[in-house]
Design a protein around this ligand. Structure first.
Ligand SMILES: [Zn+2]
Length: 354
């Protein structure tokens, strides 16, 4: 795919915020040589983000024309090796017996199984869309992203970040950007962008909990990107990128606000996402048990079925989740509604009085 066709089709959503890449490229945490790698990754991420919006709008238009099609088939996985170039998708990988391809193939298949068994969804578009992953993107590229059509993983610098495919929640996060693209089509800016990011964090974290059988009470299950933290980051006390239970914590490389009172209108989509992230974690932990039961199913109901507009604000989403809780048919319905209303109140997000 050449640059022009990528510009036509790109709808890139990332795991690492631009602000973190910029800080690491300029700050005192790293030596000059290491800062250069982050500067390159910052510029490449900025370039990809700047061309995303045209593709999202194209998808919103296109998906409507496909709604009438009842084409369904089992998704096929395909892996590509970028061989450290920034050209997508790269060379088709024929043998996946060794890492990184072995792990990405297995974990991506598990994400598909998660969506099928928990939600009855057939792949990213619910019509069996093939799952395409490109690895070894760029030289020490410090990010992973969904580009509107496929997942792309960098290798990191092995100091701050190790290979981005090593964290199951990161793989779940990127694929969920694809699901959001095919459902609400949330714009990747402002409050809708924060929701887009939060939805990927929520489904990525719950996929990881489901995969490793972690109950909602286990705090490790709420860390985003714990598996991609490199030795230099860990030596500085950073154990994760984001913590959904405690978004402001110092152990987060990318701390976030955890209350709508602290919403930053100029903030990156990865910053304000801490507010709905915490609401979801509070909701799930108040209910107890497993987050892949009522909590994530209520979130899925709110995110799908055209219940959410592409320009939704955080309070719109909160109201959509409350409406979804009203549709919940479980025996714990009253408890679900109470826990959800309390979670949104705790993070100071205004909700409609029903
Ligand atoms: Zn993301």
């Amino acid at each position: 795919m050449n640059t022009n066709s990528l510009q036509m089709r790109c709808g890139c959503c990332f795991i690492i915020p631009l602000a973190v890449l910029r800080e690491l490229s300029q700050g005192k945490l790293l030596k000059a040589a290491s800062r250069t790698v982050f500067q390159d990754s910052f510029l490449e991420t900025q370039r990809l983000r700047s061309i995303r919006e045209g593709f999202r709008l194209a998808m919103v238009t296109t998906r409507r024309s496909f709604i009438a099609e009842a084409v369904t088939h089992a998704p096929v996985e395909r892996l590509f090796d970028c061989k450290h170039r920034e050209s997508l998708p790269g060379a088709l990988v024929k043998s996946t017996e060794k890492d990184p391809f072995k792990t990405v193939e297995a974990t991506t298949a598990k994400v598909g199984e998660f969506y099928k068994t928990v939600f009855g969804r057939n792949s990213i578009d619910n019509r069996g869309m093939d799952l395409i992953s490109s690895l070894n993107y760029g030289v020490d590229y410090q990010n992973a992203f969904w580009n509107g059509q496929q997942m792309v993983y960098g290798n990191g610098d092995q100091q701050i970040f190790v290979d981005f495919w090593r964290s199951a929640d990161v793989i779940g996060h990127e694929l969920t950007h694809g699901v959001t693209q095919h459902e609400s089509g949330l714009r990747y800016e402002g409050e809708s962008g924060a929701l887009n990011e939060s939805i990927s964090d929520c489904f990525g974290a719950v996929f990881n909990q489901w995969l490793n059988k972690l109950p909602a009470s286990n705090e490790d299950g709420w860390l985003v990107g714990a598996g991609i933290m490199g030795p230099a980051a860990k030596a500085k006390g950073y154990t994760c990128l984001r913590d959904m239970v405690d978004p402001t914590s110092k152990h987060c490389l990318s701390p976030q606000p955890d209350s709508y009172d602290d919403f930053d209108p100029t903030g990156d989509v990865h910053e304000n996402s801490g507010i709905p992230n915490k609401a979801f974690a509070l909701f799930a932990r108040t209910l107890g048990g497993n987050a892949w039961d009522a909590p994530i199913k209520v979130w899925y109901d709110a995110c799908t079925g055209r219940h959410l507009s592409s320009s939704a604000a955080i309070s719109d989403f909160a109201n959509a989740t409350l409406a979804a809780a009203g549709r919940w048919q479980g025996a714990d319905k009253a408890k679900v509604k109470d826990a959800l209303a309390k979670a949104w109140a705790d993070v100071k997000v205004p909700i409609a009085v029903s």
